[in-house]
Design a protein. Structure first.
Length: 102
């Protein structure tokens, strides 16, 4: 072996994640939620207070559904149903949740 292992006291102790944690399930695969760009109240759950699209870690979506979710949010943004920036939130007063009730 070319590499020698440094003693534990030499460097920072690297803590690994507990791999026994239960696997995150994709809510879209399970079928509880359908992705639709017109469903603003659903999409607003997956954007942050700053209007950013939530990460996979936050949304718990699989890669396939994260792509579809991001696409739907971008489409809704283009149609002015969701905000691009916080300044849009201030102008509309919300994330567009109330407008979807109409
Ligand atoms: Zn999925």
């Amino acid at each position: 072996m070319a590499y020698t292992r440094r003693p534990e006291s030499a460097g920072r102790v690297r803590r690994t994640r507990n791999l026994a944690v239960k696997a995150a399930f994709c809510p879209f695969c399970v079928g509880k939620v359908k992705i639709d760009y017109k469903d603003v109240s659903m999409l607003s759950h997956y954007i942050s207070g700053q209007g950013k699209i939530g990460s996979r870690r936050r949304t718990k979506a699989c890669a396939k559904h994260q792509r579809r979710l991001a696409e739907a949010i971008k489409r809704a943004r283009f149609l002015a149903m969701l905000p691009f920036t916080p300044s849009h939130i201030w102008k509309t007063g919300s994330l567009g949740v109330h407008r979807s009730e109409i």
